[in-house]
Design a binder for this molecule. Structure first.
Ligand SMILES: *Cc1c(COP(=O)(O)O)cnc(C)c1O
Length: 378
């Protein structure tokens, strides 16, 4: 059998080793060191933002970004139900209330109509999460934010190199975040970044990521912060990865276009949208959604793929269905049918930057086999 093709493996084709060696040779391995500020400045410039604040993960970025806004206990933040739990946890840990909205069936992103329907006098912000490869309906969401005086927290964790109407994702919110986990377009192993144009928010984020030290006498603190500092080692890798980002974007799009061309004729399989009037898909993960009538047992399709050596992973599990939140009595009256359907019938195929054309062709061949076998059964 061919070797198993995992859903994701990163690639390092630039200055990563050179920069890492510099860290080791000079001894600058913690958060002090030139790569931290260079990575922050260059990513901020790339996204047309004034400030970049590097942190230890995308999750930490969300927590700190929300805290920096200074909202009051009980204030509400609108967030899609279909997203990673980091989003809602960051809201809850800050004493705020996540209010969930459903998603669109075709782009898998949060529904603008549902955002409008969920606004209350307590709503203070919208967490605009771009998922899988296409950005949200940004203009529509920004208009709602303007109308109701809401802050936009942009989660661009899956969008490095993507644009909305030619404006870089990660530069579209009052405050925006990236993740550099190993399956993102740019990785530092673990890591994250907060981006903003606002000086006071940037200062607060810098303070929060490092225990809120006060100036003057050391070891005095003016708020409850944390250690969420990025190391110079991580930033060295991040800077090198940022230099090669244009190539990464091209690879992703080539992969996505190969898959789409090969799967277009498959019945009962929805594919990612290649192009909208605001963006061209970047395929952070190449997702497919099965038709429930043709494939009533999607987990069997996924199992067959795994058995055929093709890695695959289900979409996020909706937040209103999370066991921990059910235990806490949260979202008990929520219903988000599209998010549920996407979670039950959606999964993604190998989408990593290391995929070779041969591997993509193997995925294509095996996926077509598995799909045709399972659609014969009914
Ligand atoms: C990966 C991801 C995060 C979390 O990032 P970590 O670095 O893993 O903490 C947040 N939001 C989205 C949409 C993500 O995909």
């Amino acid at each position: 059998m061919d070797q198993f093709i995992p859903v994701n493996t990163p690639i390092f084709i630039g200055n990563e080793k050179k920069y890492l060696n510099e860290c080791i040779d000079t001894g600058w391995v913690s958060c002090e060191g030139r790569f931290v500020s260079e990575f922050e400045n260059q990513l901020a410039a790339y996204c047309n933002r004034k400030h970049g604040i590097s942190v230890s993960s995308g999750t930490a970025a969300l927590e700190i970004a929300i805290k920096s806004l200074g909202l009051c206990e009980g204030d509400e933040i609108i967030v899609p139900s279909l997203t990673i739990i980091s989003c809602s946890n960051a809201i809850i840990k800050n004493g705020l209330v996540p209010v969930l909205v459903d998603s669109y069936e075709d782009t898998w992103n949060m529904s603008v109509e549902d955002i409008r329907a969920k606004i209350t006098p307590k709503t203070k912000a919208i967490m605009m999460v771009h998922l899988y490869g296409l950005p949200c309906l940004v203009d529509e969401i920004l208009n709602i934010a303007k109308e109701f005086n809401l802050k936009i927290i942009e989660d661009a964790a899956e969008m490095h190199g993507q644009t909305y109407r030619d404006q870089p994702c990660g530069g579209l919110g009052d405050i925006s975040i990236f993740s550099f986990y190993a399956n993102k377009h740019i990785t530092t192993g673990e890591g994250g970044m907060i981006l903003t144009n606002e000086d006071t928010i940037a200062d607060k984020c810098r303070s929060l990521r490092n225990h809120c030290f006060m100036s003057g006498r050391r070891f005095r603190h003016d708020d409850i912060g944390q250690n969420a500092r990025m190391t110079n080692l991580q930033a060295a890798v991040g800077l090198a990865q940022l230099e090669t980002l244009p190539q990464f974007v091209e690879r992703k799009r080539t992969m996505g276009n190969m898959y789409t061309k090969a799967f277009k004729d498959l019945k009962g399989v929805s594919l990612p949208i290649e192009q909208t009037d605001y963006a061209q898909n970047i395929y952070w993960a190449y997702g497919v959604v099965l038709d429930s009538e043709v494939f009533p047992e999607p987990e069997k399709v996924m199992k067959s793929l795994t058995d055929a050596g093709i890695g695959n992973r289900p979409f996020f599990w909706p937040l209103h269905k999370q066991p921990i939140y059910q235990d806490m009595g949260l979202f008990s009256r929520d219903s988000h049918p599209v998010a549920e359907k996407l979670a039950n019938y959606g999964f993604y195929l190998p989408s990593g930057l290391s995929l070779t054309k041969d591997q993509i062709n193997t995925v294509i061949e095996k996926f077509r086999d598995v799909i045709s076998k399972h659609s014969e059964n009914i």
